[in-house]
Design a binder for this molecule. Structure first.
Ligand SMILES: Nc1ncnc2c1ncn2[C@@H]1O[C@H](COP(=O)(O)OP(=O)(O)O)[C@@H](O)[C@H]1O
Ligand SMILES: N[C@@H](CCOP(=O)(O)O)C(=O)O
Length: 302
């Protein structure tokens, strides 16, 4: 018998946006739905539909289950049994924040099931501890664009609303790249001139996003801190950025840790097909997703 049932909608995210490595994240209108039921029988049932259905574990090693269990541990809540249903639209290990969504969605659902004992800030702290970096979990939880500052274990988030009059295209190549692997290729130190290169662009990007001044994105989305190192993991990445600009995109970047490429463009621009063609030319199938900025973040739907 079902004791209580919660359903949550959690958005995808695109982190970094070019120069904002580990500092900027934006939520997108592409969602996973998480349904969590407390049941009388002492067991854990996990069902998965959509993205990752063939891959994701159905036991307590599942990331959403781990997030739920960590929240219950923290507040001392002991349900008899749990049934978790995951309806996934966010591609796995593709740079669109699937792990952040599993964590944010799991935590918000668990908190609601337990009667909402934790504040949004406490949930965010726990999400950051589980994910390891705040940019995409903060965007998934809060919605909009988040600017994150951090120093060791300290971090804080500032949220921006983003004008919606821009087309956002994600081109998702048909291979997975774990964020862990894509972080391992990054150097421990970067040249001062590269840090300076990114500083100005990240500041310009925030101004551009705030004002909807999309023409600035061509310069504002350039990066020298992570993409030059990650480009060997994503065949043709530099050519793809050039193709996106030639097709009329305002700017393009690796989404999160990749391999998805995200492009911002005027509504009539068909940049997605051009990027897909560039992947295909290298023997890689890819999907084009037409998306929009999302402003609500993770929320209960019943
Ligand atoms: N809906 C989901 N439910 C449970 N775990 C998930 C889900 N989506 C992703 N994960 C976990 O997150 C991993 C991918 O995380 P990561 O490498 O950070 O890529 P991404 O860029 O998609 O966040 C998956 O291999 C899986 O372990
Ligand atoms: N700043 C992180 C963002 C990872 O995002 P994901 O969506 O790929 O998990 C990084 O660039 O490593």
């Amino acid at each position: 018998m079902v004791v209580k049932r919660i359903a949550v909608r959690v958005p995808a995210t695109t982190a970094n946006l070019g120069p904002g490595f580990d500092a900027l994240g934006m939520s997108l209108k592409l969602y996973n739905r998480i349904e969590l039921e407390e049941i009388e029988k002492e067991q854990l049932l996990v069902e998965v539909e959509g993205e990752g259905a063939a891959l994701l574990p159905r036991d307590d090693s599942n990331l959403a289950v781990r997030a739920i269990a960590s929240l219950f541990r923290r507040i001392g809540y002991r349900p008899a049994g749990l049934r978790l249903r995951l309806y996934n639209e966010i591609p796995l290990a593709s740079g669109l924040g699937s792990s952040a969504a599993a964590i944010a969605g799991g935590l918000v659902a668990a908190n609601a099931l337990a009667g909402n004992p934790l504040s949004r800030q406490e949930i965010l702290d726990q999400a950051v501890a589980l994910e390891g970096h705040p940019d995409n979990v903060a965007a998934a939880l809060l919605g909009g664009v988040v600017i994150v500052v951090q120093d060791g274990t300290f971090y804080s988030c500032t949220r921006l609303q983003v004008p919606r009059n821009v087309k956002i295209t994600a081109v998702v190549p048909d291979f997975r790249l774990s964020t862990k692997a894509a972080r391992e290729v990054l150097p421990e130190f970067v040249p001062l001139k590269d840090a300076v290169y990114n500083l100005g662009r990240a500041a310009l990007l925030v101004a551009a996003l705030r004002e909807g001044n999309w023409d600035l994105l061509g310069v504002a989305m350039q990066d020298r801190l992570h993409q030059p190192y990650r480009c060997r993991l994503v065949p043709g990445l530099n050519d793809i950025f050039a193709i996106a600009r030639k097709e009329g995109a305002y700017g393009a970047a690796l989404s999160g840790a990749g391999p998805t490429v995200i492009a911002f463009s005027p509504p009539e621009c068909e940049v997605g097909e051009a990027i897909r063609g560039a992947f295909l030319a290298r023997g890689i199938e890819a999907r084009v997703l037409n998306l929009e900025p999302e402003l609500e973040g993770t929320h209960l739907i019943c």
